[in-house]
Design a binder for this molecule. Structure first.
Ligand SMILES: Nc1ncnc2c1ncn2[C@@H]1O[C@H](COP(=O)(O)OP(=O)(O)OP(=O)(O)O)[C@@H](O)[C@H]1O
Length: 588
């Protein structure tokens, strides 16, 4: 690390980015309200949405669906698959997995009651699967519609956290951490280098350095991970080392998928962990680690079950009893059993959480009542540069030390309200701390395992001071090195630019004011076909674009191409953190 540079950075920024707790709370509270309003106006509940058709055009409603399949699974939830009554693919929409939705009769009035409320579990071009807690009982044989709800719970939770921060956190687990994160007290590191024996034998030098520094940090550490440099790999090793030291850890990320990614990589190491959250939001392979699943396996759950059986017998007796005194006695017994049952259920949850060395959840999930009163030795946040600072505080208030992993030079969190964004809602804690303390608390990973060096060189030069090197496994990797791929003009270039200027391919706007270019979309699909014809598997190709309207149009073109069925199409944001052998970008 360059010392001089770190000091520079610190001096420059302490004045420009230091912020007191009070300033933070008073700036953020109104911005959160703006953001909430913007999100509500995007959803169905908006007063501006006067008709169902306009709601469908906005993408917040999908009309005219049929129930194609119902299954039970997922810890007692009902999974319902819905398809369009009108054709093979769903109309353009803005539903995403994990969104909260309501199911209604297709033609029911805007404000009419729902048949059921659930969480989007799976999305395909032709169907959408929703997980309901209870099966909607009637109306499923008629046409249906789905409406997207604004996620008000998340805002309430963030507001609660601001209130907690504003009340002062002199007591509580984070009392020593807060002053450091607001620049009132300097961060500290243990004097001695921490040596460790890695669980992962493949760690590179920059990963090992970062881990050692993370383990010696006493209050805050930033793990800066440029694309493909093994940030999550490093986070997993830090968690394992900390668990080995006896720390109780809360590990979070902004998105469910990022949390599951960590769970998946921890499970083989048999560390005692629990994943908190709605099972419909988890990857199938981590469900075994879910709190719900572990609670069901616990002794107290078995006891609660026995009590429920006993109550059932007693209820039967109560129905048959004639004598008033006997009835009174049974009722009394039922009441005490019911209390005992509730207690056992709560204990079952507490047992699992107390027993775990690592608790994993999304940032907003960390405000779950189940974690009330619990404190952690360490809070680790992955994807921290994509999370709102307020969301980070939900987790941070539960711990005395924190490690944030991310890359503030990649995409920031998505913000709906232009005004809130301008006024600073999107400035992340990661960025603020990087400005405030710089190299003093940061390690950057410098070996990347994703890209050919020619692709990497641009970002390394522009953003990372030319410090990134490509690992030998990828440095010269070409598409035609893949099994069964032929050397053709499409597979022998590392980076291919196709200029469509002057080709009569004009941009246009869709009803939502999103931009698309149909001609360019055809060029992109044609290139994907050439790659597949050269032997590249469609599932190894990702087609990304900055505009939602272009995604919709590309998907429409793809639906006519059998060979491209397994190719993923997504917005750029939606793809961040993923990897494919070949990426086609439609810039529009
Ligand atoms: N030391 C290593 N040796 C070999 N492969 C590695 C090493 N570290 C990471 N990788 C590989 O590099 C890829 C990216 O790793 P990981 O998912 O941890 O990166 P990341 O930095 O979190 O990614 P993103 O850029 O999406 O944030 C993975 O395929 C991983 O297995």
């Amino acid at each position: 690390m360059e010392k001089g540079k770190s000091n520079n950075k610190k001096n420059k920024s302490s004045s420009s980015t230091a912020m007191t707790v009070d300033q933070f709370v008073s700036t953020m509270a109104p911005l959160l309200d703006l953001e909430k309003e913007a999100e509500i106006s995007l959803s169905m509940s908006s007063a501006e949405t006067r008709s169902l058709d306009s709601a469908q055009k906005k993408g917040s409603t999908i009309l005219n669906l049929k129930c194609a399949d119902i299954q039970t699974g997922l810890m007692g939830k009902t999974l319902m698959e819905l398809q369009s009554n009108k054709g093979d693919i769903l109309p353009p929409h803005k539903f995403g997995t994990h969104d909260v939705v309501v199911l209604k009769p297709n033609k029911a009035d805007l404000g009419s009651p729902a048949l059921g409320q659930g969480v989007v579990y799976r999305l395909k071009d032709s169907s959408i699967t929703v997980a309901f807690d209870d099966v909607p009982e009637e109306g499923l044989n008629n046409p249906l519609r789905l409406e997207k709800l604004a996620n008000e719970v998340t805002y309430r939770r963030m507001k609660d956290t601001l209130i907690q921060l504003s009340k002062g956190v002199l007591k509580g687990p984070a009392s020593d951490l807060v002053p450091v994160l607001f620049g009132e007290r300097p961060p500290t590191m243990s004097k001695k280098d921490v040596n460790f024996t890695p669980f992962n034998r493949n760690l590179d030098h920059s990963q090992k350095d970062a881990i050692s520094k993370a383990l010696s940090s006493k209050n805050v550490f930033l793990l800066h991970g440029p694309p493909g440099t093994g940030k999550t790999t490093t986070v997993v090793e830090i968690i394992l080392q900390e668990a080995k030291r006896g720390s109780k850890i809360l590990a979070c990320a902004a998105s469910n998928i990022a949390v599951d990614n960590i769970v998946e990589r921890l499970v083989p190491h048999r560390v005692k962990l629990v994943r908190l959250g709605h099972p419909a939001r988890m990857l199938p392979q981590v469900l075994d680690s879910a709190l719900d699943a572990q609670v069901l396996r616990g002794d107290n759950s078995a006891l609660a079950n026995d009590i429920r059986k006993e109550m059932k017998t007693l209820n039967g007796k109560l129905l048959k009893a004639k004598d008033r005194n006997a009835k009174r006695d049974i009722r009394r017994e039922l009441k005490s059993l019911s209390k005992e049952e509730r207690k056992r259920q709560q204990l079952a949850v507490t047992d699992v959480l107390k027993n775990a060395d690592v608790v994993l959840t999304t940032l907003t999930g960390a405000l779950s009542k189940k974690l009330d009163g619990m404190s952690f030795d360490l809070v680790i946040i992955d994807e921290a540069a994509q999370a709102l600072e307020i969301a980070c505080w939900i987790a941070l208030l539960k711990g005395s030390r924190c490690i944030l992993a991310g890359d503030h030079l990649q995409l920031p969190p998505t913000i709906q309200s232009v005004e809130a964004e301008k006024k600073g809602l999107g400035k992340t804690l990661f960025e603020r701390l990087a400005d405030l303390y710089g190299d003093e608390i940061t390690s950057m990973l410098t070996v990347q395992y994703r890209m050919h060096k020619l692709i990497m060189n641009w970002s390394s030069g522009e953003l990372y001071d030319n410090k990134i090197e490509a690992h030998s496994s990828v440095a010269s990797h070409m598409l035609y090195h893949l099994e069964d791929v032929k050397k053709t003009p499409s597979t022998e270039s590392t980076l291919l630019l196709i200029d469509i200027a002057g080709c009569d391919m004009e941009e246009k706007k869709d009803e939502e004011d999103s931009t698309l270019n149909e001609g360019e979309a055809e060029v992109a699909i044609a290139h994907a076909k050439r790659l597949v014809e050269s032997g590249v598997r469609a599932s190894d190709i990702g087609l990304i674009t900055p505009y939602a309207a272009q995604v919709v149009f590309l998907k429409k073109l793809k639906s006519n191409e059998e060979k491209l069925k397994e190719m993923e199409i997504s917005t750029v944001d939606g793809f961040q953190g993923r990897e494919k052998e070949a990426i086609i970008i439609s810039m529009v």
